[in-house]
Write a protein that binds this ligand. Structure first.
Ligand SMILES: [Zn+2]
Ligand SMILES: [Zn+2]
Length: 593
């Protein structure tokens, strides 16, 4: 992916001009979210809370551009921002905070917000336990529940208390992991802020984040600098740090304002490469690497590659050198899972992975015409900003009423509007008129062939009847693939990371039918889906099945999730020929015909 050499960069996700430190859009969005959470805990009227949240989302969507706007009238023109919030934004721009927020913080400490993540607690009870028991943090809450102090409170009782304790344990278990986009954005923000303070710094995400795993535990950041304590000092004082957990000369751990744990480690420049290799992992990859070294009379650790006989240092300053000393070409971080990458590196046969810069379009985009937020032109403009040459518009179809699926007339009218927009020729982005069809319980679709024949392409997805048997589900999707108008199967396993397991499915049979019918499978890049996952993608590649990456964008800013789609494709060893997003619009249209 498009990455600056050593550190993860904001890549396509940042951009725009830089605002005063601590007064950027990120900080503003955070202030508005905190305002929403604290207002909710305080028991403010519901619509205010919702308005703050919507505004925060709008701010995140616009980025720092919003801070260049200095009139209430112009701010009010932004969807999601009303008069009162426009004034708060101007106030934030002036002072770096919002008066109302500071007032609330006097009443309810910011930490109490962390209680809202506990299932079964909710804002009213969060306030109650804070006021009655002085509970401010998850630790406090757990202790209070274990000592049975919650049950006697009005409206709680032993059952609720047990539920809360269960909820805390769940949060600290699997749910302690976060989605890749949260970790990536947080880490990019830290890397950028650190480089602003110390421009000479070498800094990179390490660990599972650098390998772009689908969920991340703690965020690990590695830095190299002449004066380590300056780095840890700068780190501790970043505006997004809410609490320092531990801090020493070369190591520091903090909680961010989003309650994520970030660990920073500072190493000597001379061992930067070895440390980056070591702390990127995975553990399995590193075990294999050490075995390989041992057989060559070498040893590898976080300081370098050394000869066992005389401790002579062979490499360590740069990561490529570490691999080269072992006779290997360097596997990209996304491959370092001991899934054959070391053997491939020995043979000099590492795959040539796709990168974000080669992506020419996105297949899966919703607009306001179904349940999206932005309209056709807005989505097209956002695609233009990303440098795309086409954009697949795939709104929900008739049978998904909850998502305002289009009836046949609505869909045909939309196809016409798309064709008119394309004919005007005032954008480098060609819109492809598609649809996200629903695969019915027996594989039936939403429209007849006459309507389907008007589309440039079609995705078909399962949106209900998840409980079917493995046979029925496989038959159902296979039937949809055999429909000549279906080009792509959307989010093929239906999983939602952390909340819904994949449905029962015979993936091998599905891959066979996909290969036979020339149907592509989607890699849905929405961060809680990433479906197909890396393992499945590799199987698809081996079966000769093409992959279509779609972000499932429901807002313009979701188009940036392509980054995580590409990362997952890389983890699935996908190369140029495996991914349809590298093709141009004309080629795709003839392919889909
Ligand atoms: Zn869908
Ligand atoms: Zn969708």
């Amino acid at each position: 992916m498009a990455r600056k050499k050593d550190h993860i960069a904001a890549g396509g996700t940042g951009g725009g001009s830089r605002a005063v430190e601590g007064r950027d859009a990120r900080a503003l969005a955070h202030a508005l979210e905190l305002l929403a959470d604290l207002s909710e805990i305080k028991g403010e009227v519901r619509f205010k809370v919702i308005a703050y949240r919507r505004a925060a989302e709008a701010v995140r969507g616009m980025g720092d551009e919003i801070l260049e706007t200095d009139s209430v009238a112009r701010l009010k023109a932004i969807p999601g921002i009303g008069e009162a919030i426009a004034r708060k934004i101007l106030e934030f721009k002036e002072t770096g905070t919002i008066g109302k927020l500071e007032e609330l913080k006097e009443e309810i400490p910011e930490e109490v917000v962390s209680l809202l993540q506990v299932p079964g607690l909710g804002p009213r009870r969060a306030r109650l336990v804070f006021e009655e028991l002085g509970v401010r943090s998850l630790d406090d809450l757990q202790r209070a529940a274990e000592e049975h102090l919650l049950a006697p409170l009005p409206g709680l009782g032993p059952k609720v208390e047990a539920g809360i304790l269960e909820g805390i344990k769940h949060l600290r278990g699997t749910a302690g992991r976060i989605f890749i986009n949260q970790a990536y954005e947080q880490a990019s923000g830290i890397v950028d802020a650190m480089l602003e303070k110390l421009p000479e710094l070498r800094i990179s995400a390490a660990g599972s984040l650098r390998r772009m795993k689908e969920t991340i535990g703690d965020i690990d950041i590695l830095a190299a600098y002449g004066e380590p304590h300056e780095v840890t000092k700068a780190f501790r004082s970043l505006p997004l740090v809410s609490k320092v957990i531990m801090s020493g000369e070369t190591r520091s751990s903090v909680f961010t304002r989003d309650m994520l744990q970030v660990d920073l480690r500072v190493v000597d420049t001379s061992s930067w490469g070895a440390a980056l290799q070591y702390f990127t992992g995975s553990k399995e990859h590193n075990v294999r690497l050490r075995e390989l070294a041992r057989r060559q009379g070498l040893k590898v650790n976080e300081y370098g590659v050394f000869r066992v006989e005389d401790d002579g240092r062979m490499a360590g300053a740069d990561e490529e050198g570490v691999y080269a000393a072992l006779g290997l070409s360097m596997p990209p971080p996304e491959l370092r899972e001991d899934r054959g990458e070391i053997e491939a590196a020995m043979r000099g046969e590492l795959p040539s992975l796709i990168g974000l810069e080669r992506i020419r379009g996105d297949f899966h985009v919703h607009t306001r015409d179904s349940d999206g937020y932005h309209d056709l032109e807005e989505m097209r403009a956002a695609a233009e900003k990303l440098g795309y040459s086409w954009l697949g518009i795939s709104n929900h179809a008739a049978n998904l009423r909850v998502a305002r699926g289009l009836d046949a007339d609505g869909l045909l009218a939309l196809v016409e509007r798309i064709e008119e927009l394309n004919a005007k020729g005032d954008s480098p982005v060609t819109l492809l008129a598609g649809c996200e069809l629903n695969i019915g319980n027996d594989g039936e679709l939403d429209y007849d062939d006459e309507v389907l024949s008007r589309l440039h392409f079609a995705i078909a997805s399962v949106h209900g009847g998840f409980g079917q048997s493995r046979e029925a589900m496989t038959r159902r999707i296979s039937r949809a693939m055999r429909n000549p108008f279906v080009n792509i199967i959307g989010h093929p396993t239906g999983r939602l990371i952390g909340s819904r397991p994949p449905y029962e499915l015979d993936l091998d049979e599905l891959l066979e039918v996909a290969a036979e019918t020339g149907t592509a499978l989607e890699l849905n890049a929405f961060p809680d889906r990433l479906d197909l996952c890396d393992h499945h993608l590799r199987r698809a590649k081996e079966a000769g099945v093409k992959i279509a990456i779609g972000t499932d964008a429901h807002r313009a800013e979701h188009l940036r999730f392509m980054l995580y789609g590409v990362a997952t494709a890389r983890r699935g060893w996908l190369e140029g020929g495996d991914v349809l997003n590298l093709l141009d619009a004309e080629f795709l249209r003839s392919l889909f015909r």
